[in-house]
Design a protein around this ligand. Structure first.
Ligand code: COA
Length: 250
């Protein structure tokens, strides 16, 4: 796959997507959002790929936010469309992807950048990473799911403080409040992401997809997550992975 703003590499069952606009601190412009959608879509339908790592190029940023230069002159209607389309095309799309996605946060993850990391199934970060939702300092609020996913991950009070102050937190603080699972050195970030991915690769991709659906159901309005779990659990019984996985115990 050849793209202008992102790089996609595949090594056996593991894929890596790197947002590649380092001069703009990997800010998410419209073209990058569409390219990311395409890359995730293609990788999800590639049955050889069982996990995806998402990171940013350069040593400074994962993603420093939505590209401010693209929306600075928007009307209210255009702003709402930007948020709606972005959420559908990329953020909700990643969250519901059947293939697990790990965000490897290698620097600034701000605004849309933190929202992108939060849409991934979980996050790890390097020590230099800084995270925050600075939108209110620009006179706007997070529009790519940040007001919903941040409280889910860190709790309402902490999320309110982060959003209202528009401040940045360190990688260590992010780990302490559950925003990221692990913190490591910059040099070892990708190694750690690959090590965690290698553990995922040993397990049933069908069961992992079912687990993603069941966990996500907890956060969907009007959906009973326990019922979703029961159905997804039952579906696993018909699969070859289940027969293979349980065979040595039966
Ligand atoms: N949108 C568009 N361009 C961005 C950007 C964004 N969100 N974040 C950074 N850039 C661009 C800068 O305009 C600059 O471009 P230039 O070299 O053509 O002038 C380049 O990336 C480097 O950024 P710079 O500000 O010079 O780096 P810095 O190290 O001094 O500061 C940040 C780093 C992250 C603190 C600063 O870039 C920043 O505050 N960015 C905006 C963060 C934000 O508000 N994000 C939420 C958007 S909703």
């Amino acid at each position: 796959m050849i793209f202008e703003n992102i790089l996609v590499q595949k090594t056996a069952a593991l894929a890596q997507i790197t947002i590649n606009r380092p001069k703009k601190l990997n800010a998410l412009n419209k073209a990058t959002i569409y390219e990311l959608h395409k890359a995730f879509d293609v990788l999800e339908s590639d049955l050889n790929i069982k996990a995806i790592i998402l990171t940013g190029s350069g040593e400074k940023a994962f993603v420093a936010g939505a590209d401010i230069s693209e929306f600075a002159h928007f009307t209210a209607e255009e702003g709402a469309t930007l948020a709606r389309e972005g959420q559908e095309i990329l953020f909700n799309f990643i969250e519901n992807l059947a293939t697990p996605v790990i965000a490897a946060i290698n620097g600034f993850a701000l605004g849309g950048g933190l929202e992108l990391a939060m849409a991934c199934h979980f996050r790890i970060a390097s020590e230099n990473a800084k995270m925050g939702l600075p939108e209110v300092s620009l006179g706007v609020i997070p529009g790519y799911g940040g007001t919903q996913r941040l409280p889910q991950l860190v709790g309402k009070g902490k999320a309110m403080e982060m959003i209202m102050t528009a401040g940045m937190i360190s990688a260590e603080d992010a780990k302490n409040c559950g925003l990221v699972n692990h913190v490591t050195t910059q040099e070892e970030l990708m190694l750690l992401a690959e090590k965690i991915a290698s553990k995922i690769l040993r397990n049933s991709p069908v069961a992992i997809s079912a687990a993603i659906v069941a966990v996500n159901a907890n956060f969907e309005d009007g959906v009973n997550g326990f019922d979703t779990e029961i159905n997804a659990f039952g579906d696993c019984f018909g699969t070859e992975d289940f027969r293979e996985g349980t065979n040595r115990f039966s």
